[in-house]
Write a protein that binds this ligand. Sequence first.
Ligand code: HEC
Length: 142
Amino acid sequence: MKTTQKAITLLVTMIIAVVFVFGNTVNAQQAKAKPWPVPDKNKTMKAAVNLKDASVISSGKEAWAKNCKSCHGAKGLGDGPKGASLKTFPGDFSGAAFQGSTDGELFFRTNVGRDEMPGYEKKIPDANERWALVAYMRTLKK
Ligand code: HEC
């Protein structure tokens, strides 16, 4: 009788543990990104290309699809297929908080990266292509 009770207790404990761990994984909340300060000289940097130019935007869109969409999603909502598995939410690029950053800030963050966000200075050696990405990110504004 005692052994049976012990066995039942153990089983119940195991079930609770499994439900807890599994439930936690399913409900895992992504951390909100911390503020990302940019040095003044980078913040005020002016784009090397015309960010309103349609051909610049379209080349930015291409580079976005190739390099960024997997995490950030097609519309920059942070809902790319890889985005959900990240510890940090990649951000909602359609909103005022993101769009309120200067061009220089977006360029700097794209260049250097942070934690799960890769830096693209080496991956995309052409600075104009990285500026084109900034141009494309501006079109994501709602
Ligand atoms: C592997 C996933 C991943 C990929 C690929 C990726 N990012 Fe990110 N990105 C993130 C994450 C996560 C953050 C938030 C990082 C943080 O704040 O610590 C972020 C943040 C950013 C930010 C700063 C957001 C803000 O509020 O200013 C910019 C800009 C950005 N990404 C641009 C890009 C661009 C452009 C590309 C493609 C060239 C790209 N990212 C590719 C995951 C990714």
